[in-house]
Design a protein around this ligand. Structure first.
Ligand SMILES: [Zn+2]
Length: 310
């Protein structure tokens, strides 16, 4: 692929955003002085997912301020972001740990250290302080955008009310491969009150992903009353999937049975991939694959298998 056409989005210098006003680098907080929810919009949990950077810098550059409650805007894995190399565009996702799998007390309070653990520990008070969280992501292939969230009514109600992305991947049992930011603390608990959503906004390096991330961030703020903005109308038909299995790669021989980009469907029992001697097979009729890896690495997610809900 022509490198100039592959990268419609590239990193910009985030140094001017380093010094926030919370005592945590790259975390900015704006208080309205009026009662209302505290909403966090977070970018760059994965360092090469530039759409969140576009949305977060838009909020800061245009001076978006909450009319009620509190707005926090953060850039998470800036260290990985700054390591971006166009010759190896998938490598700056993380430096050591996947920053979207370490939000459990076991990891955060554990003895291990890495750039991601250190950053998550620094950001922990900002994440824990938020009532509602939007975590902006993108995908390695240019597939349709979709929400990802634990299967709590409060999450589904919000994502359906916003209406874009129009596709929803709901997780009845979490991710199965670690604790994502949106399941940190009370946001991972069924009886909790706070909404926490991931929006996968399209391909990592597509301009449209940055534009969608910005729209979704503004929609999210409007949903909770922080800004005034007309709801999306008409809302497109919504399509929901339930996560059945997260396949974590076990061997260097992991291979898909055919090239996949995401949203392909398989008949029950059909072969999706092989992983050494093991087979990854469809778990239901119209079993749908999401986020098939472009770069199989042992110990990382290879593919998500989901069931269409309606
Ligand atoms: Zn991501």
């Amino acid at each position: 692929m022509n490198p100039t056409s592959e990268f419609e989005l590239l990193p910009r210098d985030l140094t001017p955003y380093r010094r926030g006003n919370t005592g945590i680098d790259y975390v900015h907080r704006f208080e309205s002085g009026r009662p209302g929810p505290h909403v966090l919009v977070n970018a760059l949990t994965h360092g090469n997912e530039f759409c969140g950077m576009v949305a977060a810098t838009h909020l800061l550059d245009t001076g978006v301020r909450p009319r009620i409650g509190t707005l926090t805007v953060s850039f998470a894995n800036v260290a990985a972001y700054e390591s971006f190399d166009p010759a190896k565009p998938l490598e700056s996702r993380q430096l050591v740990h996947n920053m979207n799998r370490i939000w459990s007390a076991a990891w955060l309070d554990g003895a291990e250290d890495s750039p991601e653990l250190s950053r998550a520990r620094a950001m922990r008070p900002a994440v824990a302080a938020a009532d509602h969280i939007l975590d902006l992501h993108s995908t390695s292939t240019d597939v349709q955008p979709f929400w990802v969230y634990p299967q709590f009514a409060r999450n589904a109600d919000t994502a359906l009310a916003i209406g874009r992305p129009a596709v929803h991947l709901v997780m009845p049992q979490g991710l199965g491969s670690g604790t994502p930011l949106i399941q940190h603390g009370r946001h991972g608990q069924a009886e909790g009150a706070g909404v926490a959503l991931v929006a996968e906004c399209g391909g990592h390096f597509r301009r449209a992903s940055g534009e969608l991330a910005t729209e979704v961030a503004l929609d999210f703020l409007a949903h909770f009353g922080l800004i005034e903005r007309a709801p999306l109308a008409p809302k497109p038909p919504q399509q929901r999937f339930e996560l059945l299995q997260t396949w974590v790669i076990k061997t260097p021989e992991f291979r898909f049975s055919r090239p996949l980009v995401g949203f392909e469907t398989f008949d029950d029992g059909a072969l999706i991939a092989t992983d050494g001697a093991e087979e990854v097979r469809a778990l239901c009729e119209r079993c749908t694959v999401l986020m098939p890896t472009r770069r199989p690495i042992v110990g990382r997610e290879g593919v998500y298998l989901a069931r269409p809900l309606d």
